[in-house]
Design a protein around this ligand. Structure first.
Ligand code: GAL
Length: 701
């Protein structure tokens, strides 16, 4: 895929803002980048005024000069379209392009992403600037790719302008055809919300009365995703017309209310992520998720991999984080830049571009540090980049390889978006997602994420021996059919509580729970409850061990396969064997009822867990299903190390990453070459603090 993801080597880049520095330093900056092995700069993504300083008047001198210099210095450029920061002349003259807050206040100039995707004027101005930039700079030999906008849906992912409301109605008309159908889907008979004219249909707002129609909110989230995708497509279509062969089109970041899979499919060559491992947990106050700290970043990288199996990092943290607006996180410790770079690579990145070259001396990001500090003097971080380049050259043969996992977590956008307003569901999902990831990490079990939709899955389900779909509250028949096919074919599916209780409009189903999943799970849920914070913990007995049930308890009963229908009018449901009860609640008023069921179905089986996935339960289920520690017979790793496996032409590359600031000992049952130092290790290998090894079997080279 172009020059930066060609599958033959790892490319290093950096984000650079020529407009922040005197022209006199450009050449020296580029020279020093080259000297570190950086061969790509990302530029221009906020610089609309430098090409169109006045409406309709275009000038290209500034970036011509910079691109010519890049060409002379043999530096490649990813050019950003500048639409994340509209010019002041534009927002002043056409205030309708601005986004409006939920409380009706229109945003003003300054900051970024203050525009809305649906304003006809903004779309027209966007198309024009992108066309001018693409037409002029597209042929330049230094340009190797394009970044659309910057971090679509970052900062703001809700829109309430007049243009959005109008576009929402059009979108709804296309979806529903009639107002009757819309009223039905939104359940507007509740609280007298029935619309009798399309003009009465509004974007749902919490501000109106504190609570909001959940079905309208779900559609609104889908609509935002649609709007964002169409804005990206508008730009991508233009860039496609002007790009040189081999030049790539991408965008960066992964944010809410956006179907990144569809956006990538319809508009991009591949997806890029912005990785700030010290930001994913609150390093400043010491709060962290499941003790993983910067290791948690792997969860997001794994989600990115589901969008693009091989991807890029457009912004990789290289200094302390912080804005003037409150965020503050520490600098990477010695070795951590290498660790984080390798974390991205282990998860599927072949292109790593650091944010940013030199820390800006002004503006809201003056504490958002880059490789260099304000003066540009030599420092330990630039020295570490030089070493990273050497290491990437040493492991170059692994470029283009694909991540290998036997287990995947299933997600879907409908449930992700519905979560934002569903307080019954939200904390289930948050607890389970962290716990499953943490358990897999600590058990050295490579894990993928797969997104499911009615049209199919982002990767073939049959490629995984175990799938965990923590809480598919919203479920359709088409999705259930895909799960059934997977299990029938021999797969193991693990489901958590609250599965199958809503339809695609977000209405609770009237079938007995777990609704569409009754045949597959062989389970009945006659009763359920949230746990009560003040009560004694609810306990589950599973074999010899006891576990705590958190947040929610479905009381599971096996469906009788011989006598499936107890209530008149219900169809026979249990097509497999009767499910086995593996775990029961031990206390509380439902002591003795099922907490964990296993149902053999076709060639596979389904585990139903009545509660959320705590780390202990997730680990136990990974062990129970044989998915845990797939490489345990060839290497034993301490808990502080992550194992990621990438494969190319049948050769497996084992990335071992030590997240601890102490040395870590890895025991080997097989001789391995560590590509990082080109040495062979037979029985054990000691990783230094934050150290990384990339191992392969000697005979496979
Ligand atoms: C990213 C963004 C960059 C810069 C960086 C540091 O989210 O894309 O433009 O703002 O964060 O704040």
């Amino acid at each position: 895929m172009g020059q930066i993801l060609d599958g033959t080597s790892y490319t290093l880049g950096v984000c650079y803002y020529p407009e922040h520095w005197p022209k006199a330093v450009w050449e020296d900056d580029l020279r020093r980048m080259k000297e570190c092995g950086i061969s790509v700069v990302r530029i221009a993504e906020f610089a609309w005024n430098l090409t169109e300083p006045k409406e309709g008047s275009f000038t290209f001198d500034f970036f011509d000069r910079f691109l010519d210099l890049c060409q002379r210095m043999d530096m490649r450029v990813i050019f950003g379209t500048p639409t994340a920061t509209p010019p002041a002349w534009l927002t002043k003259k056409y205030p309708e392009v601005l986004n409006v807050r939920e409380d009706g206040i229109r945003l003003t100039h300054g900051g970024r992403r203050q525009y809305n995707y649906n304003s006809p004027v903004y779309r027209e101005k966007t198309a024009l600037i992108v066309e001018k930039i693409a037409e002029h700079y597209g042929p330049h030999p230094a340009v190797c790719g394009w970044q659309i906008d910057n971090e679509i849906n970052c900062e703001l992912d809700v829109f309430y302008s007049e243009a959005d409301e109008a576009a929402f109605r059009i979108w709804l008309r296309e979806k529903y055809g009639t107002l009757e159908a819309l009223n039905e889907a939104w359940g507007t008979v509740f609280w007298n919300q029935t619309c009798t004219d399309w003009e009465e249909v509004l974007i749902p707002k919490r501000a109106r009365s504190g609570s909001v129609n959940p079905h309208a909110m779900l559609d609104y989230a889908r609509f935002i995703s649609h709007s964002a995708r169409s804005f990206v497509k508008l730009q991508s279509d233009i860039l496609h017309r002007y790009r040189k062969p081999g030049d790539v089109i991408t965008t960066n970041g992964r944010f809410d209310h956006l179907d990144n899979h569809r956006m990538t499919e319809e508009s991009l060559d591949f997806f890029c992520y912005d990785s700030y491992p010290n930001m994913v947990y609150d390093a400043h106050s010491g709060k962290e998720a499941e003790g993983l700290k910067d290791r948690l970043s792997g969860q997001f990288l794994s989600e990115v991999r589901s969008v693009s199996p091989v991807f890029g990092i457009m912004e990789q943290q290289s200094g302390a984080n912080g804005g003037t607006g409150g965020m503050a996180a520490p600098a990477p410790k010695p070795g951590q830049m290498t660790l984080w770079t390798m974390q991205s690579i282990a998860h599927g990145a072949d292109f790593i571009s650091y944010f940013r070259w030199r820390t800006c001396t002004f503006g809201t990001e003056m504490y958002w540090h880059g490789i260099l500090d304000y003066s540009g003097r030599e420092n330990r971080r630039i020295a570490e980049v030089r070493l990273i380049r050497e290491k990437l050259d040493a492991i170059g043969e692994a470029a283009g390889s694909r991540y290998l996992a036997g287990v995947a977590v299933i997600k879907d956008y409908d449930n992700c978006w519905d979560l934002r307003i569903d307080t019954w569901h939200w904390d289930l999902e948050a607890v389970s997602q962290n716990a499953v990831f943490a358990a897999a990490q600590k058990l050295h079990t490579p894990l993928d994420y797969v997104y499911l939709s009615d049209e199919g899955a982002s990767a073939p389900l049959s490629g995984y021996s175990v799938l965990i779909y923590p809480h598919p509250c919203i479920l359709s028949a088409a999705r259930t059919a895909q799960l059934e096919e997977y299990v029938k074919g021999g797969g193991t599916l693990i489901l958590g509580c609250r599965s199958g209780y809503k339809d695609m409009d977000g209405h609770c189903v009237t079938e007995d729970l777990p609704g569409l999943l009754r045949p597959l799970t062989g389970a009945d849920i006659p009763e359920f409850t949230r746990t009560c914070a003040g009560d004694a913990p609810v306990l589950i007995r599973w074999g010899e061990r006891q576990y705590e049930a958190e947040v929610f308890c479905d009381q599971l009963t096996p469906l009788e396969s011989k006598n499936p229908t107890e209530r008149p009018g219900r169809v026979a449901e249990c097509t497999g064997e009767t499910a086995e009860v593996l775990g029961v609640y031990e206390n509380c008023y439902f002591a003795g009822s099922g907490a964990l069921l296993r149902h053999r179905y076709g060639k596979g089986c389904v585990y139903s867990l009545g509660t959320v996935f705590t780390e202990a339960l997730a680990a136990a289920l990974l062990r129970e299903t044989g998915a845990a520690e797939p490489e345990a017979d060839i290497m034993k790793l301490p808990e502080c190390c992550e194992l990621a496996i990438r494969v190319k032409c049948g050769v497996k590359y084992y990335f071992v990453l030590n997240y601890s600031d102490s040395p870590a000992e890895v025991l080997l049952n097989h001789p391995f070459i560590n590509l990082m130092d080109a040495k062979e290790y037979k029985e054990k290998m000691t990783l230094e603090p934050f150290g990384v090894a990339v191992l392969r079997r000697p005979q496979e080279g």
